[in-house]
Ligand binder design. Sequence first.
Ligand code: HEM
Length: 160
Amino acid sequence: MNSFLSWLEGGPVTEAIRGTPYLYPVLGSLHILGIALLVGPTAAFDLRLLGLGKRNLPVTTVAGFLLPLSRLGLVIAVCTGVLMFLPGASVVVERGSAPWKLGLLLIAGANVLVFHRRTYRTVSDWDLGESPPAPARAAAVVSVTSWAGVTVAGSLLAYT
Ligand code: HEM
């Protein structure tokens, strides 16, 4: 494990990040923009699933508009997060917040998969309803709490 982390810290991409002035803060800014694009639209979609906010809009319309933005945000957050991880890999993995961030990311990702592979398949039955079924509302609660948790754990990553 240690030799793998040392290998990551000494690789050519890591050297390029270290050797390019301002690249790390630029990556940090893009990370935050990715998080905004991911968490904002996801939370708005979750509110619709909970039967709150824009109840007159079909769920499929809300999903079609917001979920592509969330996917783009996730790609940006993951790519920039991995690049920011490389220069201090052995320090970051020792932080107490690291397993929280990873665990909550896995929960959030698993929730997305279960929602799209199971619950969303029946959306035509509840597309126009004001109150989607319990599994959809449960997915929304897990989504809001796990993405908020990833954000909190991500902020703590720099400190503890
Ligand atoms: C594989 C995915 C990800 C990796 C590897 C990753 C890694 C990192 C790293 C290395 C940092 C910098 C910590 C430091 O300054 O020492 C960071 C910051 C942060 N991350 Fe991530 N991250 C990922 C995805 C996410 C996601 C999806 C979110 C939110 C939903 C998030 C939220 C944050 C926040 C809020 C910060 C603090 C930003 C700041 O204060 O400037 N991260 N992340």
